[in-house]
Design a protein around this ligand. Structure first.
Ligand SMILES: [Fe+2]
Length: 273
């Protein structure tokens, strides 16, 4: 009996040591990666075209329904660059399928840091953050580098790709906001795809949010139940998903839960990567 307890403790200790070493190595890699792109953020020209007069109206709207949509958020040139970055990265997408709940492809934050500099620039743009802060009424910060969903491309390219009703669970110390910029939304003969963003509004009524290309949606996903309905055949829908928090610090139990949630997007590697 004693030998069995001692063996279990030894294996657990070894696993803990290996985990800590692995985490230190990965965190160091994220820091080195960030150091390679942070200096270039300021020099990257990102054109925003949203109407500043809409901000105060957006703030009021957000207060009442915790969701705001803005059209024509970036310039045509910036949208074209973002669209190209998205399609150039299609070979790097990770496909996931959770029966009933979701089906689709995702480009992780780490891949975006390495291969999609303009998507990265939008997320870290001071102007974009200012805009979101004025909508939500609080200072916000990007969520951590280690969170592969902090910034991701959500790509639906096959018929039936979707995500069912869910909340964007909050694993951080402060309020958590999701910002979606629609890069592609195409049907087989022009027009938009059949995929619709829906959420449960005040009084439990299901509302539909039209998301043409270049529209931006800001919402508090931890409080709003939402979904994206299935894509039709020969359609394309690509969303740049950005998350911010008023306090992005976390503790290990929440971090563990966040990693379990992320297996739905990035497979089991999300548990340790
Ligand atoms: Fe969501």
């Amino acid at each position: 009996m004693i030998w069995w307890v001692s063996l279990t403790l030894s294996v657990a200790s070894m696993a803990a040591i290996c985990w800590r070493r692995h985490r230190r190595r990965r965190d160091r890699e994220y820091e080195i990666l960030a150091a390679s792109w942070i200096p270039s953020l300021e020099t990257r020209p990102i054109g925003l075209t949203f109407d500043p007069d809409l901000v105060s109206a957006g703030r009021t709207e957000f207060e009442s329904r915790r969701l705001v949509r803005v059209e024509n958020f970036v310039t045509a040139e910036t949208l074209a660059i973002l669209q190209k970055e998205a399609t150039d990265n299609f070979p790097r997408l990770e496909r996931s399928y959770v029966p009933v709940q979701k089906k689709g492809e995702t480009l992780s934050y780490e891949s975006i840091q390495r291969h999609a500099p303009f998507c990265l620039g939008i997320y870290h743009s001071r102007e974009v953050r200012d805009f979101v802060e004025r909508i939500v009424g609080e200072p916000i910060l990007p969520t951590p580098l280690q969170d592969q969903s902090s910034l991701s491309l959500l790509c639906y390219r096959s018929a039936g790709d979707h995500i069912n009703w869910h909340f964007d669970h909050n694993f951080y110390g402060g309020r958590h906001f999701t910002v979606l910029l629609c890069l592609w939304n195409r049907g087989p003969e022009g027009g938009r795809s059949k995929c619709r963003f829906e959420y449960v509004g005040v009084g439990g009524k299901v509302e539909t949010v039209e998301m043409p290309e270049n529209s931006l949606v800001v919402f508090e996903g931890a409080r709003i139940r939402h979904r994206a309905t299935p894509l039709g055949p020969n359609e394309l829908r690509v969303i740049l998903s950005m998350t911010y928090s008023t306090d992005p610090r976390t503790k290990w139990p929440r971090e563990a839960l966040r990693r379990i949630k992320d297996t739905a997007f990035f497979g089991v590697r999300a548990l340790w990567d």
